[in-house]
Design a protein. Structure first.
Length: 181
């Protein structure tokens, strides 16, 4: 079994520095070497102040500490690229989901057969207009686009039936407004 002094040194693991006996004797006030214990008379130890190490810091604290570190730059650029791609994919899935849902509702409840691709294209134009509004005042046709998107998001079929007649069907009809011959 180990002595308590050995255990204490093993637990603290701090460097021990020996001080010459003449300095150790001078450091003790009022007493000489005869009043000190044998251990104290041989050497006084210096222990540096302990530094507290957080063994399990919060993730946010580590992220904040390493924010602009050189090894994080490439990782953050890659993460930003992945996030932009994922956001675009999510927008496309939402657009096609709205188009399918709207087409199913129009066919089932009102008997209007408007193609999924045409609805998806129309919804894409509406989403683009809503996310990037023009700096000037919106035209009535642009207002109808925004209303169409709002009705599709709310699944307001009555409003969609009223608005869908204002958007011509067919290739190139939505962008040019001209009928195909």
């Amino acid at each position: 079994m180990k002595s308590s002094a050995t255990k204490e040194r093993a637990v603290t693991a701090t460097p021990m520095v020996a001080v010459p006996a003449s300095v150790a004797e001078a450091a003790q006030p009022g007493g000489g070497p005869e009043s000190a214990s044998p251990r104290d008379s041989t050497a006084t130890t210096y222990e540096p102040p302990r530094v507290k190490i957080p063994f399990n810091p919060l993730a946010g604290e580590v992220h904040r500490r390493e924010r602009d570190a050189p090894w994080r730059v490439k990782v953050e650029e890659r993460t930003a690229t992945i996030n932009a791609r994922a956001q675009e994919e999510q927008r496309e899935k939402r657009r096609w989901g709205l188009a399918k849902q709207t087409q199913d509702g129009l066919i089932h409840h009102h008997g209007i057969n408007y193609g999924v691709v045409e609805l998806a294209t129309l919804i894409k134009e509406c989403m683009t207009l809503k996310s990037n509004p023009p700096s000037r005042e919106m035209t009535p046709h642009e207002v109808e686009h925004v209303q169409f998107l709002a009705a599709a998001e709310k699944y307001d079929l009555k409003q969609l039936v009223l608005l869908i007649d204002k958007f011509p069907k067919g290739r190139g009809a939505a962008s040019s407004g001209a009928k195909r011959q």
